[in-house]
Write a protein that binds this ligand. Sequence first.
Ligand code: 3PG
Length: 190
Amino acid sequence: MEDILKIAAENPIIPVVKLERAEDATKLARALCKGGICCMEITFRTAAAKDAIKKVAEEVPEMLVGAGTVHSVAMAQQAVEAGARFIVSPGLDRAVVDWCQERDIPVFPGVSTPTELEVALELGLTTVKFFPAEQSGGAAMLHALASPYQGMRFMPTGGIRLENLSQYLRLPNVLACGGSWMCPGHMIEQ
Ligand code: 3PG
């Protein structure tokens, strides 16, 4: 399995990217790497996602590309076939987690409550996505979860922007923060 702690430590901010055209993926990945961001999540929110991941995996090997918005095993399978090196979901789907764990593929399901965290613990996860972060209590919620869930590390996304990023990154239980603010659609278009 990839060393997730190492990856997150080296990439404390991870762009969540929605691409309408797969051909934009390579240039974007190169630009991000040039700017020091060598990890990106391409979301399965467009028909171009699989091809976009494939392009990045083949043409920009220095970029660690993962797939986001993965709602099913079929989507996880497509993503991994295309070259995704980690899987992110907005919620916790046991089948997706099992499928990834059986193949040693890093998986970050989304949680936003202690009850969901209990399920994550039961599945042996030590790092989860916290989503939607701002709407679920933000940095204060993660701070409150630190004590009862001492081994758990979080990758918050949802409503995180430059203005509130530091509130999250300063928390010891936050490994990395994700968000779409780094690569807005209109800028990719341009
Ligand atoms: C995600 O899937 O992680 C979110 O859509 C990112 O949320 P944001 O657009 O508010 O950054």
